[in-house]
Design a protein around this ligand. Structure first.
Ligand code: T4K
Length: 391
């Protein structure tokens, strides 16, 4: 346990952890169950193209999302592209800037124009009123994000989309297993897309899923996922190869088996951070609404330099010296990334992007680790000037 700044590794103290504690360390479920599924797939000699494991994965994801249809994909980026393309979206798509680049890239890669929207200054959720001001003659869709697993303002966005005849999608990459107003995230708007990337709390190595209650969208996306093939040798649509293979599905199913354990573990870590950081000036832990079901997979702090005496990047460096690898998720906002920067300014996004810090969680991090990491932050914030000089 660190008590005074001299204990910090930046001052030459011993690093708090001998091995790294990192954001995004994969949760790994029951290896025996995984290997049994892989064995069965090898015995069947059916490794991709709608195998039984991928189909079972789709059924289990749809049940959790509360949707009629699930189209599993090789990753969420492809899932977003299928959703947009299968519904014939053209022109401009309103997206938040405070998100991973994939949200904007999915739009731009299809030749559509992402129009960046500002966010709520506290929660980081897309601001429906700013979105309204961005709607023009070329706008055909809104792609909102349930950033860090907290729901976007679904009812306001549904109203806005209906008022202007826009398609509405949700990038739910972070929000698998969560609810919004008590309903599972999955069935909102025209469709929602989950990520099952290795860094997500339920992972399939790489993977994603488009979930929807719209039979036409599901059918078109399913064909487009497999080169637009309707039946053998009959290509009806321009498609891509976005299928989930059987090895990925085996991992996905094995992760689903342990999902409740992963959530309970993440929740404990979240409370260890929240308790350990309570009352620290300039440090806030983004809360979870306990009336909802949450997956607790991202523990997000904001570092207000004026009150904390340290900026986010200095704190990241202090933590790195202790073998604690946080991430600035998401910084900069997409509107300031090279492919998109055109001088647009989004004040709330820019402030949050400068302050956000994701701290390590997941099963590779114990609640005691989380408490120790909070302790490091407490020492750094208590003597900010000295810690900043050293970092
Ligand atoms: N929409 C949103 C809002 C998203 O956040 C994402 C992805 C997407 C869409 C697209 O989903 P996918 O198409 O990927 O399904 C990582 C992930 O690659 C990315 O999936 C994720 N969001 C994003 C938030 O994080 P990077 O570039 O930060 O990854 P990287 O390689 O720096 O690794 C992150 C951390 O995880 C490091 O501390 C290392 C650790 N790690 C990573 C991997 C892959 C491990 O310890 N083991 C591993 O196997 O993007």
């Amino acid at each position: 346990m660190k008590h005074v700044p001299e204990d910090l590794a930046t001052f030459g103290g011993t690093p708090a952890f001998a091995t790294p504690r990192s954001v995004g360390r994969p949760n790994i479920g029951d290896r025996a169950a995984l290997f049994a599924r892989l064995d069965a797939a090898l015995d069947r000699a059916w490794l991709s193209n709608g195998g039984p494991l991928a189909e079972e994965f789709e059924q289990r994801v749809a049940a959790i999302a509360g949707t009629e249809f699930c189209v599993a994909t090789c990753n969420a980026t492809a899932g977003l592209q299928l959703a947009l393309r299968a519904t014939g979206v053209l022109g401009e798509v309103i997206v938040p800037s405070l998100t991973f680049a994939a949200t904007a890239h999915a739009v731009a890669w299809l030749g559509l124009t992402p129009v960046f929207c500002d966010v709520d200054p506290l929660t980081g959720a897309l601001d429906p009123e700013h979105a309204r001001s961005l709607i023009g003659p070329r706008t055909s869709a809104i792609l909102a994000v349930h950033v860090w697993g907290r729901a976007a303002p679904v009812p306001e966005l549904e109203e806005l989309a209906a008022e202007h005849g826009l398609r509405l999608f949700f990038d739910a990459a972070h929000a698998f297993g969560c609810t919004s107003a008590g309903r599972p995230i999955g069935g909102n708007g025209d469709g929602e897309v989950f990520s099952f990337h290795s860094t997500k709390f339920v992972n399939s190595f790489e993977g994603g899923a488009l979930v929807t209650d719209d039979p036409e969208l599901a059918a078109r996306a399913r064909r487009m996922r497999n080169f637009g093939i309707a039946r053998a040798e009959q290509v009806e649509l321009i498609g891509l190869n976005a299928k989930l293979n059987e090895a990925a599905a085996a991992m996905g199913l094995t992760s689903l088996d342990s999902m409740e354990r992963f959530i309970a573990h993440n929740r404990e870590n979240y409370y260890a951070y929240r308790d350990g950081l309570a009352g620290l000036p300039g440090i806030s832990v983004l809360g979870f609404d306990e009336r909802e079901r949450n997956n607790y997979q991202y523990v997000i702090l904001t570092v207000d330099e004026r009150r904390a005496g340290l900026d986010r990047d200095t704190l990241l460096a202090i933590l790195a010296a202790e073998n604690v690898h946080g991430r600035a998720y998401f910084s900069p906002g997409c509107h300031q990334m090279r492919p998109y920067a055109d001088g647009t300014r989004l004040p709330h996004t820019e402030r949050l992007a400068a302050q956000v810090l994701a701290v390590p969680t997941g099963i590779a991090v114990s609640a005691a680790d989380a408490a120790a990491i909070a302790g490091i932050i407490r020492v750094a914030i208590t003597q900010p000037a000295a810690a900043a000089r050293a970092a």
